[in-house]
Design a protein around this ligand. Structure first.
Ligand SMILES: [Zn+2]
Ligand SMILES: [Zn+2]
Length: 285
């Protein structure tokens, strides 16, 4: 993934809109969000990390991701202002996404609480009761924090990816931030499967015949569905009932922009969830 992927996506969506007259609503939403994230990224400095090379290689060799929450280098007031912009944007889609409660609109200026909520999101623990007690929808809060933190996490990934041997990591979670994969691709040559982190967009190699969520190799439990052209795959595991979307790069000549593919394949998520499967999830620690 190059630094300019988001800009390429924005350009492609603009072309698409010119050609079709308008974008489908889901993509229009995605473009708005990406615009906020792309502008935010240009305001974020290179992360000042206090991790030594020895700590990084120790963590990786023990199968732990490089970053723990306290290692993150974040300008909290900048995150707060990005979160306020993201929250206002979500509120402008309230007919589709549900009302954004008033206290969430002010979370960006309550820095200690924002930090606590961000820690909970990063570590996968419950959100602070001060937020949840006011009836905030947890999924909405999760999306808002994710969208606001994404430019920071991408910055961290860019600073750290060279420390990772991406062909040897081979775990079901991200070597940089510990996030779950939410997309995969089969590379052109030799068709190996790479996973994409849902949080920082890192990519790493993973066995094709293993479930990234529960680690089973039982071939009777693993299957995939494909579309007519054989371009997309929906990997499912009957043992843990998780799914993972993928694209087969051997089938396409055009340049594939993976973060955009997440949104172009939302129907696959709907289908998988209707069948009772959940998104990929594996505990890193
Ligand atoms: Zn990650
Ligand atoms: Zn599984």
């Amino acid at each position: 993934m190059t630094t300019g992927t988001d800009d390429k996506i924005l350009k492609r969506l603009e072309k698409w809109e010119k050609k079709e007259g308008s974008l489908p609503k889901a993509l229009e939403f995605y473009r708005g969000l990406l615009g906020i994230q792309s502008r935010a990224k240009s305001r974020i400095c290179v992360p000042k990390l206090s991790l030594t090379e020895k700590t990084i290689s120790n963590r990786l060799s023990h199968g732990s991701p490089i970053l723990r929450f306290d290692d993150l280098s974040i300008d909290w007031s900048l995150l707060g202002s990005i979160l306020e912009e993201v929250t206002a944007f979500f509120a402008s889609y309230s007919a589709d996404l549900g009302e954004v409660p008033e206290n969430l609109k002010h979370l960006g200026s309550r820095l200690p609480l924002l930090k606590e909520a961000t820690r909970a999101w990063f570590e996968g623990t419950p959100f602070p009761p001060q937020i949840m007690d006011s009836g905030v929808n947890e999924v909405l809060l999760d999306h808002i924090i994710h969208a606001s933190l994404r430019p920071f996490l991408i910055n961290h990934r860019e600073a750290l990816i060279s420390f990772v041997d991406r062909e040897r990591w081979r775990r079901g979670f991200c070597p940089i931030c510990g996030g779950n994969p939410d997309f995969a691709y089969l590379d052109k040559e030799p068709g190996a499967r790479w996973l994409l982190c849902s949080r920082c967009d890192a990519e790493w190699l993973f066995q094709r015949l293993e479930c990234p969520s529960c680690g089973t190799h039982d071939q009777n439990a693993l299957a995939y569905f494909t579309d007519e052209e054989g371009l997309y795959r929906l990997y499912v595991c009957e043992q843990c009932r998780h799914y993972l979307k993928a694209i087969d790069l051997r089938v396409t000549e055009s340049e594939v922009l993976l973060p955009l593919e997440r949104f172009l394949t939302i129907d696959m998520d709907n289908q998988a969830q209707k069948k009772g499967y959940s998104p990929s999830s594996s505990a890193p620690r």
